[in-house]
Design a binder for this molecule. Structure first.
Ligand SMILES: *Cc1c(COP(=O)(O)O)cnc(C)c1O
Length: 364
């Protein structure tokens, strides 16, 4: 793909920015958004940054009917020096294209997509909140827009990036959650779309989530879609267990989403010489480990919470209290190190950070 330029059409008036201690997740959006179009004839074209606004779509646009869409989620962080930075954004662009491939959506130029995200962040830099633990959430997504009710890949798409200032995930410090192991519904099956970041996976997960939410469970732990024996992941997080000194996480088997946080956790543990393995792990094994007193920690890993300690797992009416319901040592160390790197407070031995400020001057 040849280098495209980004047309700029800026707002004449700016919205009032929220105070950074009252932010929630994903309810407020910045002044501008990035958008580009795709057609079979022209490929990706008309890249532009425009005021944040509703989309005009034909009611027959394919995305409304058959769900051909993908998304990503990453964050921009403000450093103590007031610089904006991203955490491993190239991994998100690679995953976007893997999701695209699964959903029959044409690939984007990863470098150009990242360049566009950086341009948008540079423009909206004042929207990155500065309070502890806050960030600017970045939501790139692609929708199929061809007005056609036939079941086939769309011939037209839009790639859009919106930004949302988000509050600290943990308002009173990192806090263990209760998780219910889901025995009836499944999130994904081998050969399905579990590996892709696509809205349909979430649509099908809502029922199980809704059924446990009023019992005080934060999320459900999904088991494999065939035998409902093997652990897959938690809500929007990958999952880790520390059993007898070794950290275990389910191997990427084709139905698990490959998290950027998951990958970073594994690299950090290896760097620290903490034993870590990716393999299949069953609920039965976890049950036995818990009974033997060697299930030492459990935690989720994902962009939103970074690390989410699991204080209680409930499976078939039985509660397992893990590490006395407290945050474990490994979970704490991972959380502190990852957030330290993300916010530019700790050194970055893996070159994970990508600065935004170095973007060339915006074309007006
Ligand atoms: C996005 C996501 C994750 C976590 O991925 P990160 O890149 O670490 O944010 C895990 N599971 C599912 C289902 C997801 O959608």
């Amino acid at each position: 793909m040849e280098e495209q330029s980004i047309q700029m059409n800026l707002c004449s008036t700016k919205k009032e920015k929220p105070s950074s201690d009252q932010l929630e997740f994903g309810k407020i959006f910045t002044d501008h958004m990035f958008i580009m179009d795709y057609s079979n004839e022209e490929g990706w074209h008309d890249a532009r940054i425009i005021p944040y606004q509703p989309l005009a779509l034909d009611p027959s646009a394919m995305v409304f009917h058959y769900g051909q869409s993908v998304f990503e989620g990453l964050k921009a962080y403000l450093t103590p020096d007031g610089e904006a930075q991203l955490f491993r954004p190239e991994k998100n662009m690679q995953r976007l294209n893997r999701s695209n491939n699964r959903l029959c959506i044409p690939p984007v130029d990863e470098e150009f997509a990242l360049h566009a995200i950086k341009q948008l962040i540079a423009l909206e830099k004042d929207w990155i909140p500065s309070a502890e633990g806050t960030s600017l959430y970045i939501r790139p997504f692609i929708i199929s827009t061809e007005p056609y009710l036939g079941v086939a890949p769309s011939s037209h798409y839009q790639f859009i990036v919106i930004l949302s200032p988000v509050g600290a995930y943990y308002k009173e410090g990192i806090n263990p959650v209760k998780i219910a192991v889901e025995n009836q519904y499944v999130r994904a099956v081998l050969g399905g779309t579990g590996e892709a970041k696509t809205g349909g996976n979430y649509a099908s997960s809502l029922k199980a989530q809704e059924m446990v939410a009023d019992k005080g469970f934060a999320q459900v732990l999904w088991l494999d879609g065939v035998e409902k024996k093997y652990i897959e992941e938690v809500g929007s997080m990958n999952v880790f267990f520390k059993i007898n000194g070794e950290v275990v996480t389910p191997a990427l088997n084709g139905s698990i989403l490959e998290g950027v946080t998951r990958n970073s956790v594994i690299q950090l543990l290896k760097h620290w010489n903490v034993p870590v393995v990716e393999r299949r792990i069953s609920m039965e094994e976890l049950y036995q480990a818990n009974k033997a007193g060697i299930l030492e920690e459990a935690f989720g890993a994902g962009t939103a919470a970074v690390i989410s300690p699991i204080g209680q797992l409930t499976w078939q009416e039985e509660d397992y209290i893990i590490n006395n319901g407290k945050t474990g040592e490994i979970a704490r160390r991972l959380y502190d190190t990852l957030t330290g790197i993300q916010y530019g407070k700790e050194k970055d031995p893996f070159d994970w950070i990508v600065k935004v400020d170095k973007v060339e001057h915006l074309v007006k």
